[in-house]
Ligand binder design. Structure first.
Ligand code: PMT
Length: 445
């Protein structure tokens, strides 16, 4: 039993995890990217989605090595997983033959990303504590690759303070927590605890390793804002919003993957700074304005994905405001509009905004495109678990004479499509080199 030396996983746990690790290599001949993934599967009802998850990962050119617990075999067979992954499934830390072929330490090094999906409350607790009684947790402890967990469990277990405190600790340590989703559960109840859609997990996990595009933004500088801002009221309070930074960070990664020199100006988020780019952390709209303007002159493209506060308190109280009256008013003043100010520069970059709207989405977005004098805007319906703080998103991109819809998909996939569209319009507008840096290898004489 790779989950617990003493026996079964916690029988009260409704859904148990799967692990995936992933690594990337460049094939020198055709510059295609192969991603190696170690996927660990533990027992739980969501484990039945594992074969689909493996297929979604393989569709993205990932090599998948499955590490399965004994409990997982109650829900999905090793035979099925071996068939879809194309590799023998690992399940025992003490399997001499398998260890001789590739030891658990080699496996931990082989992984570029380790994914646990679904991740039970129990496995989260083990990873937090550093316990490594089985192959899966041993790999988690021994790997230097990014680790992603897709929790899946009963909603009461998910909301339990112990699980929430473990989630917080894992996030503080840089472990990516994907989901969970909210909805009806295997136990017949409804709440947060469903494993995310396998396609969203696969896209997000593959996005954790910096891939390579066709180099269409090679030599271009792209400045991106992401995340929320915090506008202090007093030393302990601030005004903010629900932006997680996921959309902006995904765009930053996608632009870097296309060869761009990326400058990411980020509000306070719990995401790890993406590798291979300059990241500036700010808090307030004013700081975001200043840091953006320090770097945006001479940039080729500016993308404003941040949810910047429109208003901030007129004054920041030096001491904590005491509660006295039944009512109190807060006087607010407009924050600088970063996007409009960049578009108004003498020689502005190709400027792309987002419009987060709850109603009249496209009309309001087009009005922002025109009044702020932008090259492009992504109309983003938000609210009701859409747009803000989710792993997926849907937008309609507008430009002066056209539009393109992007249906709901993982933010990592959406970001790649947006960057492709932005690059196409950037070259069309500026008239500069439109040739993507593709090398075509042909067998024909
Ligand atoms: O971060 P996530 O959780 O992944 O969520 C993504 C997102 C929903 C935040 C993102 O996709 C999005 O829609 N970002 C824009 C949010 C927003 O503030 O929209 P807005 O309609 O209020 O602003 C319009 C545009 O002006 C935006 O590009 C914004 O960055 C920019 N702006 C707004 C105010 C301000 N003071 N300065 C600005 O630059």
């Amino acid at each position: 039993d790779t989950t617990n030396q003493s026996g079964r996983d916690n029988p009260f746990q409704l859904e148990m995890p799967v692990i995936v690790g992933l690594s990337s290599r460049i094939d020198c001949e055709n510059e295609a990217l192969t991603v190696n993934i170690v996927l660990g599967i533990t027992g739980g009802i969501a484990a039945y989605k594992a074969p689909d998850l493996v297929r979604r990962l393989r569709e993205r050119d990932a090599e998948v090595q499955i590490v399965m617990t004994a409990s997982a075999e109650e829900f999905v067979t090793a035979t099925a997983l071996q068939a879809v992954s194309g590799r023998p499934v690992r399940s025992n830390l003490w399997d001499k033959e398998a260890e001789a072929a590739m030891s658990h330490i080699e496996l931990a090094r082989w992984a570029d990303v380790v994914l646990v999906a679904p991740a039970t409350a129990e496995v989260m607790a083990r990873i937090v504590s550093g316990a490594a009684p089985d192959l899966l947790t041993t790999i988690c402890l021994a790997t230097e690759a990014p680790i992603a967990l897709a929790p899946a469990m009963n909603h009461v277990m998910w909301n339990n303070p112990a699980t929430q405190s473990n989630r917080e600790l894992l996030e503080q340590r840089g472990i990516h927590i994907l989901g969970p989703d909210t909805g009806s559960q295997a136990c017949g109840e409804t709440g947060a605890g469903r494993m995310l859609d396998p396609d969203v997990i696969a896209a997000t996990v593959c996005g954790l390793s910096v891939g390579k595009g066709d180099g269409s933004l090679q030599g271009r500088t792209v400045v991106i804002t992401a995340g929320p801002t915090r506008e202090p009221i007093d030393p302990v309070r601030y005004i903010t919003n629900r932006s997680s930074g996921k959309m902006g960070y995904a765009i930053a990664r996608a632009a870097a993957a296309q060869g761009a020199d990326v400058i990411l100006v980020s509000g306070p988020v719990s995401l790890q700074p993406p590798p291979g780019m300059q990241v500036f952390q700010v808090n307030t709209a004013q700081e975001m304005f200043e840091v953006t303007h320090e770097h945006v002159r001479g940039a080729d493209i500016f993308v404003a994905a941040a949810a910047v506060a429109d208003y901030r308190p007129t004054e920041i109280k030096p001491q904590k405001i005491k509660k006295r009256d039944e009512r109190m008013s807060l006087e607010l003043v407009r924050c600088p509009d970063i996007l409009a100010s960049v578009a108004a520069l003498d020689n502005p970059p190709f400027t792309v905004g987002f419009a987060a709207e709850t109603e009249n989405v496209e009309a309001y977005a087009r009005a922002k495109l025109e009044t702020k004098n932008l090259d492009m805007i992504a109309a983003n319906r938000v609210g009701d678990d859409q747009g803000f703080d989710t792993d997926d998103n849907a937008v309609t991109v507008l430009w002066p004479n056209g539009r393109q819809e992007f249906t709901r998909t993982a933010k990592t996939d959406l970001a790649r499509s947006l960057v492709d569209l932005i690059a196409k319009h950037f070259y069309a507008t500026t008239g500069s080199n439109t040739e993507p840096r593709l090398t075509v290898i042909s067998n024909l004489d």
